[in-house]
Design a protein around this ligand. Structure first.
Ligand code: FAD
Ligand code: FO1
Length: 480
């Protein structure tokens, strides 16, 4: 067996601040990266072209980083449970290291790979957490239970000391020419484009791929925007958030580095307002971890509603309404603007994600799983834990203690898009409409028809009454 350690990347597409990779480099100078294009994931019907385009671009940049460090990133396109052990055996690798993940599929996949490696006497890392500041085992209630409510989770999570970024991979040794031939014979291929994999995205990406871009974005955000985050993050027409979500989803940036940047921003902060803003952003990072811990501890969340009243809810599931929602043709300007933003950009502002999710479930009486899947089909940052958490929160079907949250599209617009700027940006046919009509949504049928904008497909007041009635009935029948 050689000194070779294969490092298997999955959602940690970087060489800096990567705990598993650093552990590998500490044990051997010969560390070679591998990424396996996985048909089990890529052939699902919930994979967004923008997301795969970002992932492939980040893999390309990761290959360049490996080359700079003196090594390689190998690409496979096969079932990882077979392909990873096969490659390790062919190359005589002494170990395969990787970072752990919370998703149900990752648990199953990683267990199978672990078993295959064990059989061949190839070492691996036991449960190495890299994408989280605290592992799900570390954040527990006083009675050693996982948290189901965010506020006490945040209290505990934020009180714990956080790890610093780890060393970057440098001066590694790669494969010899002979080993490269063996790798080829074991299935290693050139990195394909997203289009080669049948994912077509010609639009702009809300964040360009690669570590350097993510790092720059973080620095820029922490130097400026973070100071007014608390206020500005609510307005969809303003670029008041980091847009780092895709980089965080794919680990194109290390979470320790992100946290460190917030600590430095706090040290430089000169007012209570900026401090409060930075803390608010830290709380968003904690929401990310809260939902990942929840997915790890309660994998059944991925299958549907957590709370009883929603398990057998009599959703209307009107397919025409669903199509109108998907395409941004509901006749509710803020909802349509948001859906069109996501369709065109592969990203949607958080405020609008809440508005459209509430609208789909509480106004259109549609099973939230339909919306959850549509989001995954479109979002560059689509992530099982965060997306499921967001949908369960919006549908009131999750672990959250406040049961009924119904967003009124008009009052949301009046608060967060007062001038109708966001609506005008994404619904061009409404651009010349008076602001008052835009924000109240009270546009006459004549005016709607004149610009080719649809009538509201449902009446918000009527629908929310119906939703509440159904909910009360379900609570009586099914329990809380
Ligand atoms: P910032 O405001 O700059 O926040 C910083 C980071 O914190 C984000 O990049 C993200 O990693 C994390 N974060 C922020 N808010 C949340 C949150 N509520 N839950 C979990 N993590 C959060 N986020 C995803 O990353 N992937 C998803 O698939 C996803 N789906 C969502 C679906 C719904 C219905 C809702 C309501 C929210 C969803 N979110 C999702 C959370 C949130 O909308 C996005 O993380 C955020 O809009 C991304 O923009 P940003 O990077 O500028 O965020
Ligand atoms: N991880 C992989 O190891 N191989 C893939 O081909 C792959 C594709 C992919 C596409 C969309 C997406 O959102 C994530 C993707 N990932 C891929 C990362 C995935 O999140 C992790 O592998 C998880 O551990 C799976 O549970």
């Amino acid at each position: 067996m050689s000194d070779l350690i294969l490092f298997w990347h999955r959602r940690d597409l970087r060489i800096s601040d990567n705990t598993g990779l650093t552990a590998a480099r500490k044990q051997s100078s010969k560390v070679v990266g591998v990424f396996c294009l996985d048909p089990n994931i890529l052939e699902q019907d919930d994979v967004a072209p923008a997301r795969v385009t970002y992932m492939i671009g980040s893999l390309q940049s990761l290959q360049e980083r490996y080359a700079q460090a003196g090594s390689q990133l190998l690409i496979l396109h096969a079932h990882p449970t077979q392909a990873i052990p096969k490659l390790a055996i062919a190359l005589g690798a002494r170990a395969v290291f990787w970072n752990w993940d919370v998703e149900p599929y990752s648990q199953q996949r990683d267990r199978a790979v672990t078993e295959a490696l064990k059989e061949k006497g190839i070492q691996f890392l036991e449960k190495n957490w890299d994408q989280l500041l605290h592992s799900p085992e570390d954040i527990r209630t006083g009675s050693n239970q996982p948290y189901t409510v965010y506020t006490p989770f945040w209290k505990n999570w934020s009180s714990k000391p956080k790890a610093h970024p780890v060393e970057i991979l440098e001066n590694a040794e790669g494969l010899t020419e002979a080993e490269k031939e063996i790798a080829k014979a074991s299935g290693v291929i050139e990195l394909p484009s997203a289009k080669d994999l049948a994912f077509h995205w010609d639009g702009e990406l809300v964040i360009e791929p690669g570590e350097a871009v993510a790092q720059e974005r973080l620095e820029e955000f922490c130097a400026n925007t973070i100071n007014e985050y608390k206020e500005q993050r609510n307005f969809p027409a303003v670029e008041g958030t980091s847009r780092l979500s895709a980089a965080l989803k794919f680990g194109v940036i290390g979470v320790r580095s992100v946290w460190q940047a917030t600590v430095e921003a706090l040290e430089n902060s000169r007012s209570d307002e900026t401090e409060a803003s930075i803390r608010t952003w830290q709380q968003e990072l904690a929401w990310r971890e809260f939902y990942q811990h929840a997915m790890y501890n309660f994998p059944e969340l991925a299958e549907g509603a957590f709370r009883k009243p929603f398990k057998n809810f009599p959703w209307e599931n009107n397919e025409e309404h669903f199509q109108a929602w998907c395409e941004g043709r509901t006749g509710y300007p803020i909802v349509d603007a948001a859906m069109r933003q996501m369709n065109e950009l592969g990203w949607m502002h958080n405020r609008c994600r809440m508005i459209v999710a509430s609208f789909l479930t509480k106004d259109l009486l549609m099973n939230p799983q339909k919306g959850e899947k549509y989001f995954m089909q479109k979002l560059i940052d689509g992530d099982l834990s965060a997306n499921n958490g967001g949908w369960q929160w919006s549908a009131s079907s999750g672990m959250d203690p406040k049961p009924l949250r119904i967003f009124n599209p008009a009052s949301q617009t009046q608060k967060f898009d007062q001038e109708g700027e966001y609506i005008r940006q994404w619904v061009p046919e409404l651009r010349s409409m008076d602001t008052e009509y835009l924000v109240t949504g009270k546009i006459s049928p004549l005016e709607r028809h004149a610009v080719g904008y649809p009538d509201p497909i449902v009446d918000h007041n009527k629908q929310q009454r119906q939703f509440k009635e159904l909910y009360q009935r379900q609570k009586m029948n099914e329990g809380r």
